[in-house]
Design a protein around this ligand. Structure first.
Ligand SMILES: NC(=O)c1ccc[n+]([C@@H]2O[C@H](COP(=O)([O-])OP(=O)(O)OC[C@H]3O[C@@H](n4cnc5c(N)ncnc54)[C@H](OP(=O)(O)O)[C@@H]3O)[C@@H](O)[C@H]2O)c1
Length: 286
């Protein structure tokens, strides 16, 4: 297949590049390729003629989005609109990556694919706008929501926790924000398999299970051989930040699973991630 990946230099983009080696792959990212440039997006897709466009590009810094809500809507909404219009013109399948943050996190059970969306912060709202753009513009699409990505070389929660622990800085982590940690390598593999099915719809692709940020951090420290490093458990209310996260957004994969696309439990995925990418940084053991 001919596959174009927006946001190719991002965490997920890089994992897709590795996983989709057997396909004819192209992609674009800032600073060379800006999805806000509608003419450029159109020209690129007309020249490449993809069968599938995997749209990962987004403004993903949630606190930045909270401080610049209009910019978040412009980039994530209008950027997605530009990609969708071009994709429709070349009759490609659009696979748009979305987020657990389109939900308000108030349910006391995990979220299913067609639960009601009700974002509670500007990043979540901008991803909700992007989902609606896709639904209204595209005759054929997949919307794939994921959550709490961890990736080699990325800028994510696990890196921050390990870096602080290794620097001997104090750790305070919330116990009342819960979701589904997801390894980008597993997500890229699941996306490749889902695309093979050709089945349009809304999907949740996350590593199985859920945990709080506190449990996630504890498990990462344990796997890094840093279990003795203390973490102070705190509540969201004790940790004011520009973006208010939805508190309880574990995602359940019902629809991809029905097509045979399942992901392993997050603890297994994190263990493999730590062995592959973080082991060299663990302290020497006797
Ligand atoms: N990370 C998570 O925990 C998480 C959770 C749920 C859903 N998601 C969704 O998953 C997708 C991939 O996330 P990720 O963690 O791989 O994000 P990422 O590492 O921040 O990558 C996003 C990429 O998009 C690029 N980009 C931003 N604005 C662009 C524009 N106007 N034109 C072209 N490229 C642009 C970024 O470039 P710069 O780096 O130069 O800005 C970056 O290369 C996103 O759609 C995100 O909303 C992520």
């Amino acid at each position: 297949m001919r596959i174009f990946v927006t946001g190719l230099s991002g965490q997920l983009g890089q994992a897709l590049k590795a996983r989709l080696r057997d396909h004819t792959l192209a992609g674009g990212s800032l600073p060379d390729w800006d999805m806000m440039d509608a003419a450029l997006v159109r020209e690129t897709l007309r020249a490449f003629r993809p069968d599938v466009v995997i749209h990962t590009a987004a403004l993903t810094a949630v606190d930045y989005c909270a401080r610049h809500p209009e910019e978040a809507i412009r980039v994530n909404g209008v950027g997605t609109y530009n990609v969708a219009l071009a994709c429709r013109e070349v009759e490609a399948l659009l696979v748009a990556i979305s987020s657990n943050e389109v939900f308000d996190g108030q349910l006391d059970r995990p979220y299913y694919e067609y639960d009601r969306r009700n974002p509670v912060n500007p990043y979540g709202y901008s991803k909700y706008v992007a989902e609606q753009v896709v639904e209204r513009i595209m005759p054929r699409y997949m919307i794939v929501r994921t959550a709490w990505l961890f990736a080699p070389g990325g800028r994510n929660f696990i890196h921050k926790i390990l870096a602080r622990a290794r620097a001997g800085e104090p750790l305070r982590v919330v116990t009342d924000e819960v979701s589904s940690p997801t390894y980008v390598v597993d997500l890229a593999d699941a996306l490749a398999r889902l695309i093979e099915t050709g089945r349009p719809g809304v999907y949740h692709l996350v590593n199985e299970g859920a945990c709080s940020r506190y449990e996630f951090a504890r498990e990462a420290l344990r796997l890094a051989g840093l279990e003795e490093v203390p973490i102070e458990p705190i509540r969201l209310a004790d940790f004011p930040r520009p973006s208010t996260p939805p508190p309880h957004t574990p995602l359940v994969n019902i629809f991809a699973s029905a097509a045979g696309v399942d992901l392993r439990p997050w603890r297994e995925a994190l263990a493999e991630y730590m062995v592959r990418h973080e082991r060299g940084l663990a302290p020497e053991r006797d």
